[in-house]
Write a new protein. Sequence first.
Length: 444
Amino acid sequence: MRIVKKILLVATAFLAINTAHSQDLFPAVQRLKNYCQATAPFGYSPRLAVLSLTPKDNIHYLFPLYHGFRDEQKFRQIYSDKGYYDEMSQYFAFAGDYETALQYLVKSYDTIDDATAHKIYKTASTLKNIQHVNAARYIHLEAKTRRVIMINEAFAKPVHRAFTCSLLADLYRQGFRYLAMEMLNNFSNRSLSRVTMNTGYYAAEPTAGELIRTALSLGYILIPYEDTAAAVHTATQRDSIQAANIYEILRKDTAAKILVHASFTHISKKPGPDGFIPMALAFRNISGIDPLTIDQTDMTEESNFAYGRIIYQAYLAKFPLIEPSIALVNGNPINVTDKDLYDLCVIHPPTQYKDGRPTWLSLGGLRKLFIVKPPVEDVYLTQAYYLNEVIDNNNAPWQLVPADQTYITNGAGNYPLYLRKGKYRVYFRDINYQTLNTLNVEVN
């Protein structure tokens, strides 16, 4: 599609290497940053060399933010400036703060100058003969003739997990029984029948936890497929082992239908730089099955690269979409950023917020907004855990994943959470992550 290529070429030709403009932080984030810079938070370790969510074999959602704020220069040297912002973005997403996650993600990008952005917007404004269809319905139709579907995500964007969650029930009705996930723990201590810290590191992000709980409730069999020796393997070796692990499902169940949830370009069907063979291509080579590959990362707000961000903004200015969509030209799907790595590209609309929280946290109606009033003073973080999960874990939440959590308050100083119908135990923590109080609640 020539006009799309024009957008890409303009962006590439004028890419400017600058520092991303900073944006104002949520008051709660600025408070945490100021606190960490002035005081060593409880549990802080000056010797920490890797940002981590799991100190002392427990989940601590503020722990990486403490160290990222207090020892910013050290971690910039360890990770590089870009790596530091990437890491912090992911940990804000873990904490339930999507808006700050996006702010930090953009800080890791190169930027495009105003003149280039203007040209991209002008080019996008001339686009025509493009139709948009509901992404979930289009995938439903495509799935009828497929045995393997692969969909990707960006680590700092739980909206991708929310969308995958929206596909589960329909795909199950079509015979998909296996959910293979890169994020699942593939070691012997894994927990695949319930969501705990041993389910997988990224599974500790609350929306990921809800995706997994939904899959289990529907009857999916969870399949971990990560290469357990990834740290010492090349990228191609890692992806080849991932592909082999997924293919093993088909060897054991010749009628299997599989949904694969991976990250970024692992689901590409084209060789990468330096001969890299991504997982989807390796899977096709060994199985003879052509998987349907669905990208979410390029055309979600802020994209995952500098000019992709401007292309997204220009495209949505021309086509103000209000639901996840697939773009079609003459009935055929296209990728707006002109990549040919994937079969489909989901275009996510800009996030709508209510009381500072993304409305897609409702998971398509599975959950509703539930306002929690703190029963004590000095509350910083509010977390809602499933009551039965807490009881089954000896009444302790330390190794569990909350259904939702936030340090963002509404205008009345209350905490907006998205929760399913059911019973919960809400934990109220101070800025040092110490429990101030608990409250059992029921959502009707």
